[in-house]
Ligand binder design. Structure first.
Ligand SMILES: [Zn+2]
Length: 151
């Protein structure tokens, strides 16, 4: 049964947001891990497409993240990416390319105007919203797997 909600600590979300701002104007991306819908680790990765309108998690960094997630006894909860100049809803290509990991929540962070975060499940071209709970005082660790630094 796929997660219908995702819980993340405010501090961890803030760190993800900084990652997205660092990569602007390109889309940023990364991986969310944890258990029972609670995000315990964020892995920032390079966008292999280096594009302002689409993303692909760097395949080697994705492997590295999945190795660490398995070693920690956690699961892949989600994949996040930014929309530097679009709303926090899946783009056509987000829906088209969401063929792997159908149970992973797609978190989209919009930097277009006031920062906005959307969470979705995308399966067989269908988009279903997921409840995102942002909690104060919840821990979690941010790992930066990127090879290229900042801007
Ligand atoms: Zn997108």
């Amino acid at each position: 049964m796929a997660a219908r909600r995702l819980v993340i600590g405010r501090r961890l979300l803030q760190r993800m947001l900084e990652h997205c701002l660092e990569e602007k104007p390109l889309e940023a991306c990364g991986i969310l891990a944890g258990t029972n819908g609670y995000v315990n680790a964020v892995y920032a990765t390079d966008n292999a497409r280096r594009s302002p309108v689409s993303y692909q998690v760097d395949p080697e960094q994705q492997e590295e993240a999945l190795r660490r997630i398995a070693a920690a006894g956690e699961g892949l909860l989600g994949i996040y990416h930014s929309h530097p100049s679009a709303k926090a809803v899946p783009s056509r290509s987000d829906i088209e390319y969401a063929v792997h990991y159908p149970d992973a929540v797609r978190l989209i962070i919009s930097l277009d105007g006031p920062i906005d975060v959307g969470a979705f499940l995308i399966r067989d071209g269908q988009v279903e919203p997921v409840h995102l709970h942002i909690r104060d005082g919840l821990g979690g660790t941010y790992y930066d797997l990127r090879q290229r630094c900042g801007t």
